[in-house]
Design a protein around this ligand. Structure first.
Ligand SMILES: C[S@@+](CC[C@H](N)C(=O)[O-])C[C@H]1O[C@@H](n2cnc3c(N)ncnc32)[C@H](O)[C@@H]1O
Length: 316
């Protein structure tokens, strides 16, 4: 697209909607599902919405997600009176990949989530849990037998020797290995390698046992109605704050951590239909104070942070 074209959103490879329209119309059925997994500024999704197609998009770049979200909200607004169009959409952050990107931080979150008593001594164990020594294996891949030599080299063999001499029939140590997926014979291999010491090995596999674990830190917000206005007093997206090493007391203005605020004044309990979509432009912040309409019922507020993680809450 020509730089000066009024459709242009500043994306160097943006295509004109009319071109994408021809491609979608000629290659998909009327109610088809269109997928562009490198969506950029979201031309494909915008055109699919206008043509009555359902759509999926993905992008690795947060800026592309923001540009597309904004664009689709405005297309949805234009199409508001056409009920044969799919104008609703959701934005997801998938795979927890943010979480696994920083192994040190992931380790900290695991220690918190499993309530492991942290060991700061910096030896082979990361902490203690229910009388067992805990070792957290690499967090961004499955644990394999290839990880064992390094583990074994760091185990306190001298202590094992002493305990064995003192009490030959007891295990010299109870060890829990925490991992993100593991080879099935990991435990048996480790026990076998150190068979002379009778180790008591347990494995906690986060991927397998994940359902019960809250790895992500929940965001918090203080929202209330003051003199007919909905006021967001504070917003603490804990994941984001942890990434920024930012403690609550140092958040000067919560709005600097917020990417958008959406409000549905009459939430039906199922689908959020926001009447307020406060998505600020570059160098601007969300408002944070919103006039409550007189016909408001159950109010649903969704505050999204700079990592695209959202906090949703109802205000009565
Ligand atoms: C050329 S632009 C897309 C243009 C768009 N499809 C269109 O037709 O106007 C390419 C996009 O792919 C995204 N991208 C690159 N690698 C990716 C990956 N592995 N997964 C998802 N998106 C990716 C980039 O962030 C960029 O926004």
């Amino acid at each position: 697209m020509n730089n000066s074209d009024k459709e242009g959103l500043g994306y160097p490879t943006q295509k004109p909607e009319r071109l994408v329209e021809r491609i979608i119309a000629s290659s998909s059925p009327n109610d088809g599902l269109v997928f562009d997994c490198f969506m950029g500024s979201g031309t494909t999704q915008a055109v699919a919405m206008k043509l009555g197609r359902r759509f999926i998009g993905a992008d690795i770049n947060l800026g592309a997600i923001q540009t597309t979200t904004k664009r689709l909200l405005s297309v949805a607004k234009e199409l508001a009176d056409q009920d044969d169009k799919y104008t609703g959409f959701e934005v997801y952050n998938v795979n927890n990949y943010d979480f696994f990107r920083n192994p040190l931080e992931a380790k900290e979150l695991i220690i918190d989530a499993l309530e492991i008593q942290k060991n700061d001594a910096g030896n082979v164990y990361d902490g203690e849990l229910d009388g067992r020594m805990v070792r957290i294996m690499p967090v961004n891949r499955i644990a394999t037998k290839a990880d064992l030599p390094e583990l074994i080299a760091n185990l306190p063999i001298k202590t094992f020797e002493r305990r064995k001499a003192e009490s030959p029939s007891d295990p010299v140590e109870k060890i829990t290995l925490v991992c993100m997926g593991h080879e099935p014979d990991l435990k048996a291999s480790l026990e076998q390698e150190l068979a002379e010491y009778k180790l008591d090995i347990a494995i906690v596999d986060i991927l397998r046992d994940k359902a019960e674990l809250q790895l992500k830190r929940e965001a918090e917000a203080d929202v209330s109605i003051v003199n007919g206005k909905l006021v967001i007093h504070s917003f603490y997206p804990m994941n984001l704050m942890q990434k920024l090493s930012l403690r609550k007391e140092y958040v000067e203005d919560w709005r600097q951590l917020a990417e958008s605020v959406m409000i549905d004044w009459n939430f039906d309990g199922v689908v959020m239909a926001p009447a307020v979509t406060d998505i600020p432009g570059k160098n601007e912040l969300v408002g944070g104070v919103y006039e409550v309409p007189s016909d408001a019922g159950t109010i649903k507020v969704k505050i999204t942070d700079l990592l695209s993680e959202s906090l949703e809450m109802e205000v009565r």
